[in-house]
Structures are given as C-alpha cells and as structure tokens.
Design a protein around this ligand. Structure first.
Ligand SMILES: [Zn+2]
Length: 116
C-alpha cells in the first residue's frame, strides 16, 4: 500500500512527481522540504492544490513512483473531486473561447460598418 503522509512516503523511499493536466507543468516533489515546512504527518493522499502556473486554473495531481510502478495519490473520492474540477474548467474554457470568438466577430463587423 502507498503511504498517505509525507513522512510515510519518505520512509518508503517513494519518489513523487506533480503534474498539471492543463498547462502540462510537471516536476519532482521535494518531500523533505514539505516534511520540514509542514511536518511529516502532512497528508499527500487526495492533496489536490490549484495550479499556480501563470493564469492556469488546473488542479495539480501527485503521482507516486516505486520502481516501474506509478500511481496517483488519490482515493476514488479524490478522483471524483478532480473530475468535477476538470469538467468545470472545461466548461469555463469553452465559454471563454466562444465569448472571445463572438467579440472578434463583433469587432470585425464594426470595422466593416465603419468603412461603408
Ligand atoms: Zn497548470
């Protein structure tokens, strides 16, 4: 079983990476630093912070690596939470894209009207 806390992951020699599905931000997690700053009991299971990369609104997921095996540090509840956020973000992006396309069309229409 994968340990749930920072201390447990360090003891188990588990390597942890973080990744954001939206901006493709990816990196190694410094477990020692987290343990120092937040204590060894800090929970890593279902730990889903928001991405802070630029204006990205994605949710960061943590993955545990042991040998060739990799698994998300999420329970089914955590996965459901992530899915809900992804769905919301996808809808938001779709609306934003539609809005800016509409704005561009309006701006283009105004320009044409101005000339005639
Ligand atoms: Zn991101």
């Amino acid at each position: 079983m994968t340990p749930k806390t920072v201390g447990g992951l360090i003891e188990g020699g588990v390597r942890v990476t973080r990744s954001c599905q939206w901006c493709r931000d990816f990196g190694e997690v410094d477990l020692q630093r987290i343990a120092r700053e937040r204590g060894v009991g800090y929970p890593m299971l279902d730990h889903l912070p928001l991405c802070t990369n630029g204006d990205c609104k994605g949710m960061i997921r943590f993955q545990a690596h042991r040998g060739m095996r990799a698994e998300w540090l999420m329970t089914p509840e955590g996965q459901a939470k992530f899915q809900t956020h992804s769905d919301w973000l996808f809808q938001t992006k779709t609306i934003e894209t539609r809005r800016s396309a509409l704005k561009q069309r309006r701006a283009a229409a105004t320009q044409i009207d101005g000339r005639t």
